[in-house]
Ligand binder design. Structure first.
Ligand code: AMP
Length: 504
C-alpha cells in the first residue's frame, strides 16, 4: 500500500486498543486514504457512500470502525443466529476475503464472525447460526436460502454494509437486495461501497442512505504505479497460440487471463496445460473447493496462469500481479479498467496485454474512448503461428455492443453472462438450485425465466435499446497517466499463414 495519507495516523483514529494491536500485527503503518476518510465517519455513526474499489484498503475502511462500534456497545439482547452487522458481497471469493479481514482485525476481540455463500454445503452454516454470530458476511442468494429456512434472524442488524454494490447490481442482485433490506430493522447504520457511481447506484443509495458522508478515492495505482498497456492484434483462432508463446518466450511467472465466457476459460486452461503451461480456470460453474484451490495455487506461485471470467475475478486481491491478459476484450468498457487494475500494484510495474481480433475493434474503440487514450498496438515478431490450426469452434454470440445489465432491467431482458446464465447455471455467489438447500425452492420468477429462455441471446428486447457505456471517473484518472508514456503504432493483424506474414 503506497498511496497513504500523510496527516492521519491510526493512532489519531481512536480505535480500541485490541484493534490497534491487530493493525500493528498486520504490518500497517498508516491508514490508506479511504481508511483515513471513512473510519471517522463510520465511528460517528452516520451512513456512508464510498467510492473505492478492491486494492484501496476499503475492507479495513469499514471493518475496523465496525469492530470498534460493536465492541464498544455490547448487544442489548444477544441471541443465537442474529448478527448485529451484515456485510453483503457479490461473490463468494470476496465474501471469504472480507470475513478473513474481519477475523484478522478482530482477533483480539470476542466478537464472532461467519461467512456464508452458495456452492457449499449449507449444514455447517446452519450449525454455526445456532451460536453467537456478531458479523455475518454473505452473498445474497445463500442469505435468502437461510431466511427461507428460518435459520437466520436479521432483526438485530445494527449496521448494513453493501460491498461492491455496483457489481451486485450488474449481477442482477437488486431484487434479492431489496428483499433482504425489507427484513432489516428500520433503524440502522448503512455503508455503501462501490467502484463506480451509475444512476442505479444513485437510486439505490438515495433509498438506502440517510444524510450520508461521502468518500471517494482514486485507485491505488494512479501515478507512479504504472500499468503498461498494449494491444496485440491477432485472429481469434491464433490467440491461444500467441498466449502460450508470450508466456514461454517471456518466462511469465504469474498471469491472470480474462476470458469472456466460462466455457472459453475452460478451453483456454486446457490448451495451456496441453502446451506445458500449468493453468487453472476459475468461474461460477466451478465448485467452491476447485476455485479456492486454484486461487491458492495461483497466489503461492505454483500455478502460473489463472484463467478467469470477470465476475469470478472480481474482488480478488492478488498483490504484485505482474501480468494481466485480456484474451478477449470485455463488452463493457468499465470492465477493462477493473481487469487491468489487478496489475501495477504496490509500486511494482505491471503489464496489461490485450489480444484483439479484428471483430473486437468496436469494443477496443469504446475502451479507448472511456480511458481517453489509444492503447499502443504492438506486433510480436518472435511469434510464428502454427501451420495447421484446427477449425475453430463457433463463438458464442456477444451481447449487443456495449450492453451492460442494469439493475432495473427484467430478468427477461438480460443477456446471459457469467453468473447470470439464461439456462440453469447457478448464479455466482449463489448455490446451484437445490444443491444443498434442504427444501426445494421455486424459481424466483418463472414467467421471466421462460421469456428469457426464448429470447435469442445477444438481442435486446423490442423497445429496450442497449445501454450506453458510462464513463467511470477512476478509470480516467488511472489511465490518462499511463497513456502519456506510450507511443501509438498502427494496428497489425497476425496472419494465420506464416508464409503470407513473412512474405510482407
Ligand atoms: P482491499 O482494498 O480492502 O481489498 O485491501 C487491499 C490490500 O491492502 C489488502 O491486502 C490489505 O491487507 C492491504 N491493506 C489494507 N489496509 C492497509 C494499510 N493501511 N496499509 C497497508 N496495507 C493495507
Amino acid at each position: 500500500m503506497t498511496t497513504l495519507n500523510n496527516e492521519i495516523t491510526f493512532a489519531s483514529l481512536n480505535l480500541a486498543e485490541p484493534i490497534m494491536r491487530a493493525i500493528i500485527d498486520a504490518g500497517y503503518t498508516q491508514p490508506t486514504p479511504v481508511q483515513a476518510q471513512a473510519i471517522p465517519l463510520v465511528l460517528a455513526g452516520g451512513d456512508l457512500l464510498a467510492g473505492a474499489q478492491t486494492g484501496t484498503g476499503k475492507t479495513a475502511g469499514f471493518t475496523l470502525p465496525v469492530l470498534h462500534l460493536l465492541n464498544a456497545k455490547p448487544a442489548a439482547n444477544p441471541r443465537a443466529g442474529a448478527p448485529r452487522c451484515l456485510i453483503l458481497t457479490p461473490t463468494r471469493e470476496l465474501a471469504a476475503q472480507v470475513e478473513e479481514s474481519v477475523q484478522t482485525y478482530g482477533k483480539y476481540l470476542s466478537l464472532k464472525s461467519l461467512v456464508m455463500f452458495g456452492g457449499v454445503n449449507i449444514n455447517p452454516q446452519i450449525k454455526a447460526l445456532r451460536g453467537q454470530v456478531d458479523i455475518l458476511v454473505a452473498t445474497p442468494g445463500r442469505l435468502l436460502d437461510h431466511l427461507s429456512q428460518k435459520t437466520l434472524d436479521l432483526s438485530s442488524v445494527e449496521i448494513l454494509i453493501l460491498d461492491e454494490a455496483d457489481r451486485m447490481l450488474d449481477m442482477g442482485f437488486i431484487r434479492d437486495i431489496r428483499k433482504i433490506l425489507a427484513l432489516l430493522p428500520k433503524k440502522r447504520q448503512n455503508l455503501l461501497f462501490s467502484a463506480t457511481f451509475s444512476e442505479e447506484i444513485k437510486t439505490l443509495s438515495d433509498g438506502l442512505l440517510t444524510n450520508p458522508g461521502f468518500v471517494e478515492v482514486a485507485r491505488r495505482n494512479t501515478t507512479s504505479e504504472l500499468v503498461t498497456q498494449s494491444v496485440h492484434m491477432v485472429a481469434q483462432k491464433l490467440k491461444s497460440h500467441l498466449l502460450s508463446h508470450l508466456i514461454k518466450h517471456n518466462d511469465w511467472k504469474q498471469v491472470l487471463v480474462f476470458t469472456r465466457t466460462k466455457h472459453g476459460a475452460n478451453r483456454l486452461a486446457e490448451k495451456l496445460n496441453a502446451d506445458g503451461i500449468p493453468a487453472a480456470a476459475i468461474h461460477g460453474n466451478k465448485s467452491q473447493s476447485a476455485r479456492t484451490k486454484a486461487l491458492a495455487q495461483f497466489k503461492d506461485g505454483t500455478m502460473p496462469v489463472l484463467v478467469a471470467t470477470d465476475i469470478a475475478a472480481r474482488g480478488l486481491d492478488i498483490d504484485m500481479l505482474p501480468h494481466v491478459v485480456n484474451f478477449e476484450l470485455p463488452n463493457v468498457p468499465e470492465d477493462y479498467v477493473h481487469r487491468i487494475g489487478r496489475t501495477g500494484r504496490a509500486g511494482s510495474s505491471g503489464a496489461a496485454i490485450s489480444l484483439v481480433d479484428s471483430e473486437e475493434m468496436q469494443h477496443l474503440r469504446d475502451i479507448e474512448r472511456l480511458i481517453k487514450t489509444q492503447i499502443p498496438r504492438v506486433n510480436i515478431d518472435s511469434f510464428v503461428p502454427p501451420a495447421h490450426i484446427p477449425a475453430e469452434a463457433p463463438r458464442p454470440p456477444r451481447p449487443q455492443h456495449g450492453q451492460k445489465r442494469h439493475s432495473n432491467t427484467t430478468a427477461a431482458s438480460r443477456t446471459p453472462r457469467e453468473g447470470q446464465a439464461a439456462s440453469r447455471t447457478p448464479r455466482e455467489g449463489q448455490a446451484p438450485r437445490n444443491s444443498d438447500a434442504t427444501k426445494p425452492r421455486q424459481p424466483r420468477d418463472p414467467q421471466a425465466r421462460d421469456q428469457r429462455s426464448q429470447q435469442p441471446s445477444g438481442q435486446p428486447r423490442t423497445g429496450q435499446p442497449p445501454a450506453r457505456p458510462r464513463p467511470a471517473q477512476p478509470a480516467e484518472k488511472l489511465l490518462s497517466e499511463a497513456a502519456r508514456h506510450q507511443a501509438m503504432p498502427q494496428p497489425a493483424l497476425f496472419s494465420p499463414r506464416p508464409a503470407a506474414r513473412r512474405g510482407k
